[in-house]
Design a binder for this molecule. Structure first.
Ligand code: PLP
Length: 406
């Protein structure tokens, strides 16, 4: 018996009823993107049908309604993260753009010889934006390795600080290993050295309670599509003192106070970082996604997913030759694995033929793959609507696929 009513929840996700290759879809690619409940889709439709107007610029009713929906969402995100002010909530296109924004803008304050600490388990979107800065400044990237169970090597992390360290940027949860990093400890240690911290919360936000104020995070970023929300939008939380100091990321409408050819002045945060028309259709739908998650309870979702993680892990270990990457205590419901010398791609293809959607490949984490000594893995990941019965079907499909490929 689950702590949440998955049967009722599944009714809110029409896609879960569809067939793939004549079989019932078993969707276990939730790390890549979660599915979308009806209330979120309804919000998108309602915005198109009822309130479509550009925000912040109109005196007319539709524009004012659209603006209110957007700004109420900003306040909803603030409350969800327990940020101090909604001015600290910036809407972006997603985690990737949020990190690019911080790297690019904070990067303008960096000097030759400065250093940024990352970890080997970062998604490419938390590596490449920092590398792009190296075209402008002589920036050194210091990389924290992982231990054999996939936990972060905190001793090495602590040893990497010096007077040139300008930033720490780490994921809250690894999209490959499922490792939940000790972000409170990482932030406290960084602050002891006077260094700000960006937390990539892409894989955490829908699976654990995030309180940016008690964490004392300087930046916290995530994507809406990984938290049952619409695709194409995301959030950057930034502490006001940093946002005030940071130069704009892009120029254009919405982000200015006044413009002349001689001198342009910028609007205060958050608008300083929101150049151009925002995604006023999808932003209110994110509000619905947050309400949906909170209606079920993030902690209840976490407990449910944890149950699935343990059950699936136990059953997967029945399979000879099973290698699971990432076994750190308290890990999130993400299982990356290989079986014997079967290619991850072949396994993924056969599972798909049996209706099971998993991800295969390097998961945008090539440096981690290199550290693990593999080219890629198969990854199964769970969300609130998955069930133990689906785990059983997945395990049967896995056993059949392995038997065919061995
Ligand atoms: N960071 C992590 C940990 C992720 O898992 C992902 C996506 O899988 C991203 C960043 C990038 O997210 P997006 O493509 O939504 O910007």
């Amino acid at each position: 018996m689950s702590i949440i009513d998955t049967e009722a929840i599944r009714k809110d996700f029409p896609i879960l009823e569809r067939k793939v290759n004549n079989r019932q879809l078993i969707y276990l690619d939730n790390t890549a993107t979660t599915q979308t409940p009806r209330c979120v889709v309804d919000s998108i439709v309602s915005s198109y049908y009822n309130t479509k107007a550009n925000v912040h610029r109109g005196v007319h009713t539709l524009s004012q309604e659209a603006t209110l929906l957007q700004e109420h969402t900003r306040e909803r995100v603030r409350a969800f993260l327990n940020a101090r002010s909604s001015d600290e909530i910036i809407f972006t296109r997603g985690t990737t753009e949020s990190i690019n924004l911080v790297a690019s803008s904070m990067g303008q304050l960096f000097k030759d010889g400065d250093e940024v600490i990352l970890t080997v388990m970062e998604h490419h979107s938390n590596i490449v934006p920092w590398q792009l800065l190296q075209n402008r400044v002589d920036l050194k990237l210091r990389v924290v390795p992982v231990l054999s169970d996939g936990a972060l090597d905190m001793d090495t992390f602590r040893s990497l600080f010096n007077e040139r360290t300008r930033m720490v940027s780490v994921c809250h949860v690894s999209n490959v290993l499922g490792t939940v990093n000790p972000v409170a400890e990482i932030i406290a240690e960084s602050h002891r050295h006077g260094v700000p911290v960006l937390i990539d919360g892409a894989q955490a936000i829908a699976h654990t309670t995030v309180d940016v104020t008690s964490l004392d995070a300087d930046f916290y970023v995530f994507s809406s599509h990984k938290m049952y929300g619409p695709s194409g939008i995301g959030v950057l939380y930034g502490k006001r003192e940093w946002l005030d100091m940071m130069p704009p990321y892009q120029g254009g409408g919405e982000m200015i106070e006044s413009v002349s050819f001689e001198k342009t002045t910028f609007a205060p945060p958050p608008f300083k970082f929101e150049a151009g028309t925002p995604d006023f259709i999808d932003i209110p739908a994110l509000h619905k996604a947050i309400d949906y998650i909170c209606g079920i309870g993030v902690e209840n979702i976490a407990t449910h997913e944890d149950g699935l993680l343990h059950y699936a892990t136990e059953r997967m270990n029945e399979i000879p030759g099973m290698r699971i990457f990432g076994t750190a205590p308290g890990k999130s419901a993400i299982i990356s694995f290989l079986v014997g010398d079967i290619h991850h791609y072949d396994l993924g293809m056969l599972l798909d033929k049996l209706g099971v959607a998993v991800r295969t490949g390097h998961h945008c984490a090539q440096p981690l793959m290199h550290a693990l000594g593999v080219e890629g893995t198969v990854r199964a990941s769970f969300a609130m609507y998955n069930t133990a019965k689906e785990v059983d079907i997945f395990i049967d499909a896995l056993k059949r696929s392995v038997a065919m490929l061995q």
